[in-house]
Design a protein around this ligand. Structure first.
Ligand code: WTA
Length: 659
């Protein structure tokens, strides 16, 4: 990254923008890609016509639609509203009908090393039986079903079984507490919960069913619990309420007629956290959502369904698992890998072993995972043949240029395109991303709205910023997979997303346009700091820290400061494979890193304090919980830690702080 010292006076986003590297696709990749640059022109010339084409080409409709978009009830859009279709039919049956029943849909790898292969024909059988079993338990079209499962094939089967009946699912991440599960069940008014005895994590069985029992003991609408047997561990049992998944499926017929629903019929509710403590039930419907999932999965990853092996490491408990494990890949008839456990069980090369074993060609993961692998060192991927990989994707937070480079070089052998995909639970599918056969990719930038998507960066007053300027990311036109609201709270939907800028969707992310007009995401607006009147992005300082050879991962927060308003406080994890270098720097490590940030960005960005830690507090979806770090940095007890993947991390960090 280039050195400069003007950032302080210009507001401090310059570090990212001096990232000048660019990686155009090879002629070979571009030559075989699913599309060329004309796709942007086609979409720009007739946006609605373009989406109608995609919806008809990528989905099978039981009743064709005549209307594409109706936004007269803005901000709630209706796409393809008079069409009818069924999501499970599109994801499963039609592939079997097309003679692809023997194609592998899912290569499942359990954490203990057990494996299962499900073809599309197997999936059809399982999903049909599960739909019949749910119907037997009283689930009707429109009823909500909660799903609380580990990453096992039944998670996908359960979602599709609900979709087959037109019963919206509400997946609750398997790591969430009984309390969180209870509030989501009550809010969605779910009548059935699908769960498992437990799943394998970090080398041992981890129970799930007791949390369901605890949640249901608080009361609520649930009549039945379907229990998958995964670990075989003892679980409490409530006769009459609890039903064994295996028994119910065995008793059910393998034939089930999918229910064609209106395009705007709710497909799922997925809870996500907002700026308040109360989670929002994000509502997605069927036709538009599936069309954009299929489109983005096909073009962003350049999917060749007949030959690729695709692996998205996300859990189905968050939106990436919905759109890019369950719906996108299966609608497109892809073959995918599902892995149950953690990346370091039994050893830190588990992911790379899986890539080699299944010849994974498309890998989609999160920056936090990439940085963790960087921290562990290149020796782990180097143990395996990763030459099957041809496209790498990133999602979930801004990816630091150094992590991007490491991903491309160390995992992709300097050969694979990397697509940095920006989107949200609310957007349903990828919105801003390079296309791997077209875009000259810039490390750290999501760059370009996809064909058919319109985004802009606005200043405080709602004016588009010029190239080189920074502000707030908005989406200026409705898109097919957009959320249709917050379950049960239309007012909050309007206030959260549609009130900041008239007629536009406010994403809550800061962004910058570079001199080419490409978009760089800078993190949530609430993560933007103001130090002595200078606007600094947490992401930018984190990137500067990670660009130092001994730093694996960094989290930066703005802590209240009497003189400067806010002060930069950084938490860093050092690279395990650079111990020699760390030892050489010794006690001076903090001074060295502060000087490094000053050099990379400017003195204004220099952290007031830097704490070397062994771990960072992360949610189960891998997001760093800066709120907790801010508590520590401001000398408070850390707040609510219940959504942390490992709730002991904060204790360790505060103990380190007192020393
Ligand atoms: C962030 C995950 C930068 C962003 C799909 C957004 C990103 C939030 C990127 C949504 C990216 C996601 N670059 N930031 N490529 N992808 N984000 O709802 O702040 O879990 O608003 O959806 O993650 O998180 P969510």
């Amino acid at each position: 990254m280039s050195q400069h010292d003007t950032a302080a006076s210009e507001g401090g986003l310059e570090n990212l923008l001096h990232e000048g590297r660019s990686f155009p696709p090879s002629a070979e990749f571009a030559g075989q890609a699913n599309t060329g640059p004309e796709i942007y022109e086609r979409a720009a010339a007739d946006r609605e016509g373009f989406w109608a084409e995609q919806a008809r080409e990528l989905l099978t409709w039981s009743t064709d639609f005549s209307e594409v978009l109706d936004f007269s009830g803005a901000p709630v859009a209706r796409w393809f509203a008079d069409g009818r279709l069924n999501a499970a039919y599109n994801a499963v049956d039609r592939h079997v009908e097309a003679g692809l029943g023997d194609r592998v849909a899912i290569h499942f790898e359990g954490e203990p090393g057990d494996t299962r292969t499900l073809t599309y024909a197997d999936l059809k059988d399982q999903v049909s039986r599960a739909a019949n079993a749910l119907a037997e338990l009283g689930v009707r079209t429109g009823d909500r079903v909660a799903i609380y499962l580990p990453m096992i094939p039944e998670a996908v089967v359960a979602m599709l079984a609900c979709a087959r009946l037109g019963a919206p699912h509400s997946v609750v991440f398997g790591g969430f507490s009984a309390e969180a599960l209870h509030s989501r069940i009550v809010d969605a008014d779910a009548r059935v919960v699908i769960t498992a005895d437990g799943g394998y994590r970090r080398g041992k069985p981890s129970a799930l069913k007791p949390a369901v029992d605890e949640a249901l003991a608080k009361g609520g609408p649930v009549e039945h619990v379907l229990v998958v047997e995964r670990t075989g561990q003892e679980v409490p049992w409530t006769e009459g309420r609890d039903v064994r998944w295996a028994d119910a499926l065995a008793a059910a017929a393998p034939e089930h007629e999918p229910v064609p629903v209106e395009a705007e019929h709710p497909l799922f509710i997925l809870y996500t956290s907002g700026t308040t403590g109360q989670p929002k039930g994000i509502l997605h419907t069927t036709g538009g959502y599936l069309a954009q999932c299929a489109f983005t999965h096909k073009y962003v990853f350049d999917l060749k369904a007949e030959s690729d092996v695709y692996w998205c490491t996300a859990d189905i408990g968050w939106v990436t698992g919905h759109s890019y494990v369950t719906y996108g890949p299966l609608i497109n008839g892809a073959t995918q890998v599902i892995y149950e456990g953690t990346p370091d069980t039994p050893d830190k090369d588990r992911w790379w072993e899986i890539v080699e074993k299944y010849k994974v060609s498309i890998l989609y993961t999160a920056p936090t995972a990439i940085r963790t692998c960087m921290k562990w060192g290149a020796e782990f991927p180097e143990r395996h043949d990763l030459s099957s990989l041809r496209v790498l994707g990133s999602v979930g937070e801004p990816i630091n240029p150094e992590a991007w480079m490491w991903y491309r070089q160390t995992i992709g052998a300097g050969r694979t395109p990397v697509v940095d995909t920006w989107w949200q639970t609310e957007t349903g599918a990828i919105m801003i991303s390079p296309l791997p056969g077209i875009t000259a990719a810039k490390p750290g930038s999501a760059q370009t709205p996809l064909p058919g998507i319109s985004a802009e960066v606005l200043d405080e007053r709602g004016q588009p910023v010029p190239d080189g300027g920074g502000g707030y990311l908005v989406l200026t036109e409705p898109w097919p997979a957009m959320l249709r609201g917050i379950w049960g709270d239309p007012e909050r939907f309007h206030d959260t997303y549609w009130s900041r800028f008239e007629g536009m969707y406010f994403a809550g992310d800061g962004a910058k346009k570079d001199d080419d007009g490409d978009i760089w995401l800078l993190g949530r607006v609430d993560d933007v700091m103001n130090v002595s009147g200078h606007r600094l992005s947490t992401t930018e300082i984190e990137s500067a820290l990670v660009s130092h050879p001994v730093v694996a991962e960094a989290a930066v927060v703005g802590a209240k400061d009497d003189t400067t308003g806010q002060a930069v406080v950084a938490f860093v994890i050092l690279r395990a494979d650079e111990q020699q270098r760390v030892a050489e720097i010794g006690e001076d490590i903090v001074a060295e890193l502060r000087a490094h940030v000053a050099k990379e960005i400017g003195p204004i960005a220099k952290p007031r304090s830097i704490l070397v830690v062994a771990e960072l507090p992360k949610t189960r979806s891998g997001k760093i919980m800066r709120r907790l770090l801010r508590d520590i940095a401001e000398g408070r007890e850390a707040g609510d830690v219940t959504t942390l993947a490992d709730s002991t991390v904060m204790d360790k960090i505060s103990r380190g702080m007192q020393r």
